[in-house]
Design a protein around this ligand. Structure first.
Ligand code: SAH
Length: 332
């Protein structure tokens, strides 16, 4: 049975970090249901005629309930369509992807899951923290701290979690950072343990604040960090001084307006991204045929009488060869 629904990991932010399989699947489906953490450029990988529906929650708006997403998936499948459920990072890591898979399995709808690069893995790489290190960390705990403190203390065994692993990664919970850090300290984590918060990991707008379990909350408040962000606690944070590479690049974070005509921006956009800059594509000109084609046609007709033809742009080359082939000529 062919899968009808694809639960796809979009990766952590940088659109280049989607897997090849997820990119291919994205290009095959009829409907794409995507979350807030998905980079907008990834939608261009879908078919132009595919329906693209935003189903994420955004700050200040009423969150679209998971029921609504489930309903949309089932409706599309009933209508005979294939669906990509595109989620930030990995679909099964604190992403409710597993609930969607359960739904599909219970209805007997064939599906496929394509893992994605999880945000903590990207945060470690791009902020230069690693998550493990032979000398300082051989264990990691991934902890989600979003909801109410009551629910967290009910579902997390803080007395053990606080000291069980050398590295702790806290998802969400930025607004409650101070209380979370106090909880760690109350349960035996040393207040001087290094801690970092990484916002928008892997993007040119990435920001990282480094402190200790005791100081990080105030530092993050002063810096005004927002979501999405991860808190990483442990000695691995010290590595940043040595293995930082991304946010030290000369063009890091620079917003660069790319004004080239549509269809001619790919190379430059990629190169800017490689330099950690943030390209903003805004074509301000369009290359079109001359309103009066006669002079150009005349010049082409007597092309063989010129000693030199100087072409000053890729557009000129395209126009010249298009006209040559249109009139049954070639490069000779
Ligand atoms: N499935 C996702 C996690 C979803 S939960 C994954 O695999 O990463 C959403 C939380 O993930 C956010 O609140 C934040 O804590 C974290 N997150 C996701 N993308 C992030 C990014 N680019 N930078 C920092 N944190 C991120």
């Amino acid at each position: 049975m062919q899968p009808r629904v694809f639960l796809l990991g979009a990766g952590p932010g940088d659109p280049g970090l989607i897997t090849r399989r997820a990119a291919r699947r994205l290009g095959e489906v009829d409907v794409v249901l995507y979350d807030a953490l998905v980079h907008p450029d990834l939608l261009a990988l879908a078919r132009p005629d595919a329906e693209k529906v935003f189903v994420g929650k955004r700050a200040g708006r009423v969150s679209q309930r998971q029921d609504d997403i489930h309903r949309r998936i089932l409706e599309a499948v009933d209508a005979g369509k294939t669906v990509a459920r595109l989620k930030g990072g990995d679909p099964y890591l604190f992403g409710r992807g597993s609930e969607e898979a359960e739904l599909l399995a219970s209805r007997g709808i064939p599906f496929e899951v394509v893992p994605g690069v999880p945000s903590p893995i990207a945060a470690a790489a791009y902020a230069g923290l690693a998550l493990t290190h032979r000398e300082s960390s051989s264990s990691i705990a991934y902890v989600t701290a979003t909801e109410s403190p009551e629910k967290d203390s009910a579902s997390h065994d803080w007395p053990r979690l606080a000291t069980a692993t050398q590295t702790i990664v806290l998802f969400m919970g930025l607004r409650r950072l101070e209380a979370l850090m106090e909880t760690l300290i109350a349960h035996g984590r040393d207040a001087s343990t290094p801690a970092a918060v990484v916002e928008r990991a892997s993007l040119p707008s990435q920001r990282t604040v480094v402190g200790t379990v005791g100081t990080i909350a105030a530092l993050v408040r002063d810096a005004g960090l927002g979501t999405p962000a991860l808190t990483i606690v442990g000695d691995v944070v010290r590595l940043r001084d040595k293995v930082r590479w991304f946010d030290t690049r000369p063009l890091f974070g620079a917003r660069v307006l790319v004004m080239r005509p549509e269809g001619q921006t790919d190379g430059i956009v990629e190169r800017l991204r490689d330099e950690a800059a943030d390209p903003i594509v805004m074509p301000i000109l369009r290359i079109a045929a001359p309103t009066d084609p006669a002079p150009f046609a005349r010049a082409i007709e007597k092309l063989s009488t010129y000693h030199w033809v100087v072409l000053t742009s890729a557009n000129g080359v395209d126009a010249l060869f298009a006209e040559l082939s249109r009139t049954g000529r070639d490069a000779r």
